[in-house]
Design a binder for this molecule. Structure first.
Ligand code: FAD
Length: 441
């Protein structure tokens, strides 16, 4: 049987970061990845005659872990095209104006929605600093219903949130409040960090830079089926039946695939509950190439009232324009149905002519089974906070369970740095308790 100090399961941003950190410290590390590629829910691929980010793409210099990596490796950021015009579907009509005019319309409802964000999460890095059990029972829908908005303003608000949410009744309000609290109580600031600046050279360049500093052994096409903490060792079983013995493991797979791995001893109740209820986000990102260099725009539509909920001109390429679209519900439109995509975009800009489309089905992929994380009520401060404390010799990382920046590349990286630090500390002192000597974050 093969042995290593540490097995890291899942080679997304979290897994490769944890494997790199531990291998740099001198531990022998095996990185077990189910797919035949690394990167997980980040995926830079050829498409539309260019290269496009099919998964996570946007990061920011205010994100400490991401920026540290980019800065050290001399990688810059690129903004999208300036959006000269905004379109928003509200009360059955498409309205338009400058971006400033759009923000004036949506601003007051946003302020109302997030009025208590900083009070609820005064120390965003310590998610349970105050008792939020009451809002952890509240869905986004409950919160919006309580604002007393007109039908028009409700649609405007729904549309503004649609790029990050799947269905308002499925998500807790807590994660959105926490995201906004992290960025000084300002939704626009949060949104700029989450969805504006792309990595020069793409996520693959960042991943290659991290891997260039790693000596971890990478095993692709190796899904893990079971992990057992046997007291002094952890046994890893792959789907192919291979067994690997390690001193500690870091599990860095999406929440929606965690239930496919048998973990022994069984996880605490709140964690199992979160795994069973899953991440509800079944959204899709569709890239569209349209004829000609059109004027930059951004468009917003409420969930359930239009198949494309957010669209933005991203860049010009070879005389055409590439548009990035988010569909809150991937099932609402097929990316390869160019006529449907064209009709959906023409609702905002009637002259648009679609040349080509590209997308990736994260909801149907058995190793993601969904998109980015947006927790159901109760899990942000419950199961996710609990699983970050580790489970004996089995530790967890990944954007889906991150404390800061859950659902983002930054969250994946930050949680991996913490898990690698905990594992390194435990392995350096094998005779002491494995409990983690740090504040619960
Ligand atoms: C369409 C889309 C757009 C997004 N946009 C942004 C954005 O602009 N900015 C941003 O910050 N974030 C964005 N995100 C979110 C971001 O991409 C993810 O949160 C982040 O990449 C997740 O990293 P991770 O390492 O935690 O998980 P993953 O990247 O999901 O990595 C987990 C790995 O585990 C592997 N795995 C699963 N099961 C097993 C198993 N049984 N055995 C072994 N391996 C297994 C998977 O194949 C995968 O490689 C987006 C996500 C999507 C889907």
């Amino acid at each position: 049987m093969e042995t290593f100090d540490v097995a890291v399961i899942g080679a997304g941003i979290a897994g490769i970061t944890a494997a790199r950190d531990l291998s740099k410290k001198g531990f022998s590390v095996v990185l077990l990845e189910a797919r035949d590629r690394v990167g997980g829910r980040t995926y830079l691929e050829k498409g539309l005659g260019d290269v496009i980010e099919l998964g996570g793409a946007y990061v920011h210099w205010t994100q400490p872990h991401v920026w540290n990596e980019l800065y050290r490796h001399g990688i810059s950021l690129l903004p999208p095209l300036t959006a000269r015009k905004a379109y928003w579907l509200a009360d059955g009509t498409v309205h338009s104006g400058t971006e400033e005019e759009y923000y004036e319309v949506v601003g007051p409802a946003m302020k109302q929605l997030f009025a208590d964000a900083r009070e609820r999460f005064p120390l965003p890095f310590m998610i349970n600093a105050v008792d939020n059990s009451d809002i952890e029972r509240e869905s986004i829908e409950d919160r919006i219903n309580s604002l007393g908005l007109s039908a028009y303003h409700r649609d405007v608000l729904d549309g503004a949130l649609a790029g990050v949410v799947h269905k308002h009744r499925d998500h807790g309000i807590a994660q959105l409040l926490h995201c906004v609290a992290t960025y000084f109580g300002d939704y626009n600031a949060f949104f700029e960090t989450a969805g504006t600046w792309a990595i020069e050279g793409g996520t693959k360049r960042l991943i290659d830079a991290i891997l260039s500093e790693s000596t971890a052994r990478i095993r692709l096409s190796t899904p893990v089926s079971a992990i057992e903490d046997r007291g002094s060792k952890v046994s890893i079983t792959t789907r192919a039946g291979q067994k690997i013995l390690v001193r500690s493991a870091i599990v860095a797979v999406p929440l929606n695939t965690l239930g496919d791995i048998k973990i022994t001893p069984s996880l605490p109740h709140a964690v199992r509950n979160m795994i069973e209820q899953k991440n509800p986000v079944m959204a899709s990102k569709i890239w569209v190439r349209v004829r000609g260099e059109i004027e930059g725009f951004a468009a917003f539509a409420p969930i359930g009232k239009h198949p494309i909920n957010a669209a933005r001109t991203e860049r010009y390429h070879d005389g055409d324009t590439l548009i990035m679209c988010i569909c809150s519900d991937a099932a609402a439109i097929r990316a390869d149905n160019r006529e449907a995509v064209q009709a959906a975009l023409q609702r905002f800009v009637p002259t648009i002519e679609v040349v080509d489309t590209a997308s990736y089905s994260w909801a149907e992929d058995e190793f993601s089974k969904g998109g980015w994380m947006m927790h159901r009520p109760g899990h942000l401060t419950g199961g996710a906070a609990q699983i970050r404390q580790g489970h004996g010799r089995i530790h967890f990382a990944g954007s889906d369970i991150a404390g800061l920046e859950a659902g983002a590349i930054e969250g994946a990286m930050g949680s991996a740095v913490a898990a690698a630090r905990d594992v390194a500390a435990a392995l350096a002192n094998p005779d002491t308790s494995l409990s983690i000597a740090r504040p619960h974050m």
